[in-house]
Ligand binder design. Structure first.
Ligand code: PLP
Length: 284
């Protein structure tokens, strides 16, 4: 595949970075993943805004406009043949000559981008939808989960915990047994037709799919949705559990810790929500 590194496009095999890059040594960087379905980007503006906010929060100075990102991303999509792609963007603080914790002066950030294939957009059809089995554990990551940091070891270890038990996600709960998110997704519960998801704070990533879904649900108005604390008890007794992320859209969970969620089948509220999400009526 063709990737972008610093200021040029090249085959992935030719892309080289310094072993002194702080992204490599410290996980000192910010990243983004933007989905593209049928060569059409979803949520480009909010994704770039979140990445810029992350860079501001950690003091990486890269003066790229949204238009500059758009040029690079459009070219990357074109050079990789379009279709259904995840666009990965990564800005690390750059390579210094020494390994020192303090932010270096006069070091240019490293910008890296590549495209990878993702499944086609979800279809609002219970017979086709991909379902998820999850387990759960205490959220042992740091207290800055709103920053989309490239330092993902905490998330990787949580995902692996589920994976080793035959699951494809792990739900995370804070020390008060309140739901935070999953290792790479935001989480929702449905009870008696009402959708609830944890509020935005330092415990979760402000997901762009979450932003889009909540906006669609609010505009449509036919389903009730609440942003509030969700307890472990509520998760265990939910009629439906969903995950959202850029490459999953709205994904139904049918099993939690080896037990069926609701009746163990994809729920009707998921169908209604994914139908709105897929309708094409809302453009992001
Ligand atoms: N939470 C975490 C920890 C994530 O890594 C991700 C995305 O990968 C999400 C939530 C979902 O965010 P988005 O919808 O922007 O992909």
């Amino acid at each position: 595949s063709i990737v972008f590194l610093n200021d040029s496009f090249m085959p992935m095999q030719q892309a080289k970075i310094s072993p002194m890059d702080r992204g490599f040594l410290f996980g000192d960087g910010i990243y983004e993943v933007i989905p593209t379905y049928d060569t059409k980007l979803v949520g480009f503006g909010p994704h770039i805004a979140r990445m810029q906010e992350g860079m501001n929060l950690i003091g990486i100075k890269l003066d790229w406009t949204e238009d500059k990102w758009r040029e690079v991303v459009d070219a990357l999509i074109e050079k990789n043949g379009g279709g259904n792609l995840g666009i990965y963007l990564h800005v690390s603080r750059g390579a210094d000559i020494k390994r020192a914790h303090a932010y270096p002066n006069n070091v240019a950030p490293t910008v890296y981008a590549f495209a990878f294939e993702i499944p086609a957009a979800n279809v609002a059809d219970k017979a086709i939808a991909k379902t998820y089995k999850v387990n759960s554990t205490e959220d042992l990551r740091w207290k800055r989960c709103h920053i989309k940091s490239t330092a993902l070891l905490g998330n990787v270890m949580h995902y692996q915990h589920g994976f080793e038990q035959g699951c494809n996600e792990t739900l995370l709960f804070n020390e008060n047994n309140e739901l935070t998110e999953a290792s790479a997704c935001n989480v929702y519960v449905v009870k008696d037709g009402v959708i609830a998801t944890p509020p935005l704070d330092n415990q979760i990533l402000p997901g762009i799919t979450r932003l889009i879904l909540l906006d669609i649900l609010t505009k449509d108005g036919s389903l009730k949705v609440e942003e509030r604390i969700v307890t472990m008890e509520e998760v265990e007794n939910a009629d439906e559990i969903w995950l959202t992320s850029s490459s999953k859209e709205v994904a139904p969970v049918v099993e939690l810790n080896g037990k069926a969620v609701g009746n163990g089948e994809i729920g009707d509220v998921w169908l209604a929500a994914q139908s709105l999400f897929s309708s094409g009526k809302y453009n992001y």
